[in-house]
Design a protein around this ligand. Structure first.
Ligand SMILES: Cc1cc2nc3c(=O)[nH]c(=O)nc-3n(C[C@H](O)[C@H](O)[C@H](O)COP(=O)(O)O)c2cc1C
Length: 198
C-alpha cells in the first residue's frame, strides 16, 4: 500500500497534475484503484441513482473524463433528461477520495462514439450486442455475449460515450497525521484550490 499524497507539500497545480496522471494511468490498468468509479444521476422522479463504471478516457485540457455505456440504459435516459451527474472515486492504495460535480454530453452515433468503438476491445464490444435493453425484465439469466462480428452496426448503434466535464474536483487524502481536503478549481490556468476542513 502506498501513502496518500501529502497535499501540504503540493500546490494546486501539482495536485491537479498528480490527479490527472493517476487517472490517465487508471484508464489503462484494471488494477489501478481509480479504474472503476461511481456515477450518480438523477432519475425522472428526482431520486439519485448510482452505479459503477469503467474510466475510459481523461482529458486535462477539456476538464473531462469519459465512460462507455449502452445508449438504451436507464442512466443514459437520466442524462438526456438532466445532464448533471456526480463522479466519485476511492483508491484504497493511494488512500484518496475524488469527487466532482459534472455535466454530461452523450456521444451516440457520432465520430467520438465511432472512434471509441474502433479502439474498444472485442470483449468490451460484446456488452453491446444484446437486442434487449439493459434493465429489461427477462425470464432467466443470460449467457455471456460473444463479441460482435466486424461491421456489426447494430451493436455500435447501442454504444455511447459519456463525456463528463467539470469546473472543480475535490481531493480528500487520508493521513493519520490529519486528513487533507481541497477543491481544485480547474476552469482557468493556472488552477487554484480552496483548502477545506476535512
Ligand atoms: C466492475 C463494474 C464495471 C462496470 N462498468 C460499466 C461501464 O463501464 N459502463 C456501464 O454502462 N455499466 C458498467 N457496469 C454496470 C453498471 O454498474 C450498471 O449495473 C449498468 O450499467 C446499469 O446501470 P443503469 O441501470 O443505471 O443504467 C459496471 C459494473 C461493474 C460491477
Amino acid at each position: 500500500m502506498t501513502a496518500a499524497p501529502d497535499l501540504a507539500a503540493l500546490d494546486a497545480s501539482a495536485a491537479w497534475a498528480w490527479l490527472m496522471a493517476e487517472l490517465r494511468a487508471a484508464c489503462g490498468s484494471a488494477r489501478h484503484g481509480f479504474h472503476l468509479f461511481t456515477v450518480a444521476t438523477l432519475g425522472g422522479d428526482g431520486r439519485p441513482d448510482a452505479r459503477t463504471v469503467v474510466l475510459r478516457h481523461v482529458d486535462a485540457d477539456r476538464r473531462e473524463i469519459r465512460f462507455h455505456t449502452d445508449a438504451r440504459s436507464p442512466k443514459a435516459a437520466d442524462l438526456r433528461r438532466d445532464p448533471r451527474l456526480a463522479l466519485h472515486w476511492y483508491d484504497p492504495a493511494n488512500r484518496v477520495q475524488v469527487r466532482a460535480a459534472a455535466t454530461a454530453t452523450i456521444h451516440h452515433g457520432d465520430d467520438v462514439a465511432a472512434a471509441a468503438w474502433a479502439a474498444a476491445q472485442p470483449m468490451s464490444r460484446a456488452c453491446y450486442t444484446s437486442p434487449t435493453a439493459p434493465g429489461t425484465p427477462i425470464d432467466d439469466f443470460l449467457p455471456a455475449p460473444a463479441p460482435p462480428a466486424p461491421g456489426d452496426d447494430l451493436s455500435l448503434a447501442h454504444f455511447a460515450v459519456v463525456a463528463c466535464r467539470f469546473d472543480a474536483i475535490e481531493l480528500l487524502a487520508l493521513h493519520a497525521s490529519g486528513h487533507q481536503r481541497a477543491l481544485i478549481h480547474v476552469r482557468r490556468h493556472p488552477v487554484t484550490w480552496t483548502v477545506l476542513a476535512p
